[in-house]
Design a protein around this ligand. Sequence first.
Ligand code: MRU
Length: 373
Amino acid sequence: MLIDGQHYRTIWLKNDDPTVVQIIDQRNLPHEFNIEDLRSLEEAARAIKEMHVRGAPLIGSTAAYGMYLALLNTSEEDIQSAAQSAANILMATRPTAVNLAHAVQDVLAAISGISDKEEAVSKALETAHLITESSVSHCRSIGEHGLELFRQIQQKKGVRVPINVLTHCNAGWIACIDYGTATAPIYAAHKEGINVHVWVDETRPRNQGARITAYELAQQGIPHTVITDNSGGHLMQHGMVDLVIVGADRVTRQGDAANKIGTYLKALAAADNDIPFYVALPSSTLDFQLRDGVKEIPIEERNSDEVHYIQGWYNGRIYKVRLTPFDSPAGNHAFDVTPARLIDGLITERGICEASEDGIMELFPEQKLLITS
Ligand code: MRU
């Protein structure tokens, strides 16, 4: 998508130096746009853990390129053992987004049985590229399928009034490689000339909505308004939301969806007000091995400083300021799980399905054979 009119993706191999992976460093967006070089496994792992990159699909791609960097730079004779230790380091960075585990497993599978370093490096790179390209094409397809929802609402509402869609966190192209998941249908609708307006939840504590989703939408010229996290219910009660679309970090085979903390409350409010609530995700976010999301999805707990402090821009500089009393402890659960019963549908690259085991299996029948539990 565009930044200042120029097309970017969030991760790529450096043009004149294939030993370097480049990322958009998200930490200071929207006030500073920085490109960062990743040269080693350690740098890739830090970029994921400290959220230079974030968002489930992008975490997956970064982990795959991290595996490539690990093999490229290893001095270990035993390639398989070097790959396994790299996998362990990457897997320990962030627990909730299953895309990370899938990407690491894909690279391990691609290099399995290879003992020659050059061959393993080339396979790992090919796999990282493949994961990245399929993420782009999956997000594009999510956009095409989700567009249908906007067309249906427009038919009911007419073309003069905007369709108000609410989203939480950043499930946009900056959380992916291009297009985004929750934003892909919004971009597709806007491109088709549908009158769209987006309510952007600020998404405390790291404010991915206020900082990143708002930035993306502004850069693509999409009308939007940033709202506090607690506004959604009020807007829904007053007919100011037509549709909710969020992304996901892990969706179980019965359709329970883990996403940024606060998503569940939006789903409850949407159900109470009869507003369609959709989760947009590529199949790399589906975890077919899990069924009950509330019980089984690991929820990341992050440093309480993210709650104690808030970051912002003043007079040309970025500052962090303290919000809470020095004596008050803070809790920082990063994700919650929205049960399938509150989800009207899952928008995937293969189409929209019911958030249920039957609905998901109808779109992904090949997975039936792979379920082990
Ligand atoms: O902690 P984050 O910023 O990585 O959490 C991201 C989200 O919850 C996104 O909504 C989700 O990964 C969907 S990404 C397209």
